[in-house]
Design a protein around this ligand. Structure first.
Ligand code: C2E
Ligand code: SIN
Ligand code: SIN
Ligand code: FE
Length: 538
């Protein structure tokens, strides 16, 4: 007798399916109906289930599937849904161990095929499935190569906008200028240059005197008016704006800095599709005797073209940010999929990546190197895809043979990612290969000593071990924080180099905060997952 657990379908649907199964000579099958994933553990406790059939009926399906991944790790799952978008579909597949996806309305043949292979599911099928996953991951990694990511784009954006403002001051012969960027319904003050204040307070005054601030876009402020309407304003004297105008001058800045704004030129920054991305504002045009005069009407074209340069820069930076976020997300998902593990794995990867970044900063690494590390760190254990589940999830300690196989995950990881031109994948390869080397040469796979161990590997090693110590694993309980820190200290000069332990200790407060925030997240998730169980209907 095979048991199939149906989650979510209606009673009538179940009768229909039963009919289809009988018509196709699939006998000896019991159908169990269950209207809530939360009841699954209770059913599993009492009944051996051979296959789970999940029908997506609400928008919470991803949460349900994550939950199923945890509670029915090794049972084949058939998921069925209707009009699922590409993005959701990828998310569903990424929920792990989805065996079959059926698009509704499905035909009898596909349904029977899915059920048949699911109930005859065995080791071979699983191995084939894993092979398929491996190919999928390799393909995704190849795709990562093809997109060139400009690193540190946000930092560069600010520099670029600063240059644009300086250029505008020079071309328009004026004293000051700023850029505001539109963020939703708000304007954010981005960069400013002010020659009078620079003379008064010296280089670097910007950091001190201009704080970033946001305000809602509304027509009663000059910058807000330009952002809302797309009009260019050329104002002779901001303190004498005719009262029939909708906008007035906000004099906070002048008051705070004992500055007097008089003439002002405010231009919308438009991209090629005429979207307004922000405002370029120039202040106090000066003549040869350094007296303030109105801005020349002939300057308008020139300043507008500078403004659109700024717009292009902003648009690019935003696109790059999106691409980067998508990449990080993909990398995290791939790494979780590769290790076939639960939700805790992604939290572990997030945390150890953040620790790695903190340590790299304390070692004085460049922004570029730190960013590469941020992408590479979560992939350090991707080679675990080549390790059988029976070893990966073994509750006790490993035999000598099993341990030899386990150690191969460093080499498998490097094999998956090596040979690419992508800087990220070069660093990832180094990290995967070297994250279990030890300072005293007693690590694996190559037994490298001290500075022979690439620095990226050394950093990820300490971050990984610290987080492994404070986490529960299938083979060990969690250490408490104090014990874990003690363990790191004891391992100075043996497992880790002194400079790395130093950088870790320097960042310890920050590291502990990352851990505490993550604990809160996990706790909140658990609250959602643990629902009350309902009896199954037969
Ligand atoms: P992992 O669980 O992510 O652990 C990463 C590293 O953290 C370990 O690398 C080890 O250096 C450190 N670590 C983890 N738990 C402890 C601990 O309780 N005490 C100390 N002192 N250090 C700890 P290692 O040893 O090279 O292991 C690599 C991977 O091999 C582990 O990754 C885990 O997946 C697996 N593994 C290691 N030992 C066992 C075991 O006894 N049983 C099973 N099933 N798997 C094991
Ligand atoms: C404005 O009213 O938008 C110009 C003054 C300021 O920088 O807030
Ligand atoms: C687990 O505890 O999730 C599996 C064992 C491991 O690889 O750490
Ligand atoms: Fe590892």
């Amino acid at each position: 007798m095979k048991n199939i657990l149906f989650i979510n379908p209606k009673r009538e649907q179940l009768d229909e399916m039963k009919e289809i199964l009988e018509k196709n000579d699939l006998v000896g099958i019991r159908l169990i109906l269950c209207d809530n994933v939360r009841s699954v553990p209770v059913i599993l406790h009492n009944t051996e289930v051979n296959c789970v059939f999940y029908e997506m009926i609400n928008s919470d399906f991803l949460k349900d599937l994550e939950y199923l991944r945890i509670v029915v790790h090794a049972i084949p799952k058939i998921v069925c849904g209707q009009k699922v978008g590409k993005k959701d579909l990828i998310d569903i597949i990424n929920c792990g161990s989805i065996f079959f996806y059926l698009e509704k309305p499905f035909n009898e043949h596909d349904f029977i095929t899915a059920i048949n292979s699911a109930i005859n599911f065995n080791r071979d099928v699983l191995d084939n499935y894993k092979k398929g996953q491996k190919k999928y991951i390799k393909k995704q990694i190849e795709k990562l190569n093809k997109v060139g990511i400009a690193l540190s784009s946000e930092h560069n954006l600010e520099k670029l906008l600063e240059q644009i403002v300086l250029q505008a001051l020079f071309l328009a012969q004026c004293d000051a200028g700023s850029i505001y960027i539109k963020e939703g319904n708000m304007l954010a003050f981005m960069v400013a240059q002010n020659n009078t204040l620079k003379k008064r307070y010296g280089e670097g005054y910007e950091e001190k005197y201009f704080k970033r601030f946001h305000f809602p876009i509304s027509k009663d402020r000059i910058s807000g008016y330009v952002a809302a309407t797309g009009e260019t304003l050329n104002i002779k004297d901001v303190y004498h704006i005719p009262s029939r105008r909708e906008y007035t001058f906000t004099d906070d800045f002048d008051k705070r800095n004992h500055y007097v704004t008089k003439s002002m030129f405010a231009v919308p920054m438009k991209d090629s599709d005429n979207n307004i991305l922000g405002v370029l504002q120039l202040i106090n045009c000066l003549n040869e005797e350094s007296r303030i005069i109105p801005f020349d009407k002939n300057l308008e074209n020139l300043i507008q073209s500078l403004a659109s340069q700024a717009a292009v820069a902003i648009r690019n930076a935003k696109l790059i940010k999106k691409v980067k976020d998508a990449h990080l997300d993909t990398i995290l998902r791939l790494s979780v999929a590769a290790e076939f593990r639960d939700d805790n794995t992604s939290e572990h990867l997030r945390r150890m990546t953040t620790y790695s970044v903190i340590i790299a900063k304390n070692l004085g690494m460049s922004e570029n190197e730190i960013e590469l590390l941020e992408y590479a760190a979560p992939m350090h254990d991707i080679g675990k895809i080549g390790i059988p589940d029976s070893i990966l999830f073994k509750p006790g300690s490993l035999t000598k043979n099993e341990w030899e196989m386990m150690k191969m995950h460093t080499i498998y990881g490097a094999q998956i990612m090596e040979g690419s031109d992508s800087e990220i994948l070069k660093v990832s390869t180094v990290v995967a290969l070297n994250h279990h080397e030890r300072w005293n040469g007693k690590g694996y796979p190559n037994g490298l000593k001290q500075d022979r161990i690439p620095i990226f590997g050394q950093i990820v090693s300490i971050a990984d071990v610290f987080d492994a110590l404070i986490s529960k694993r299938c083979y060990k309980e969690a250490y408490d924080l104090q014990e874990a820190v003690e363990e790191i200290k004891i391992s100075n000069h043996t497992i880790f180099g002194p400079h790395i332990v130093g950088a870790f200790m320097k960042g310890l407060d920050e590291i502990i905060e990352v851990f505490n925030i993550s604990q809160k997240n996990i706790f909140a998730k658990r609250q959602i997952v643990e629902g009350s169980a309902v009896d199954a209907q037969f």
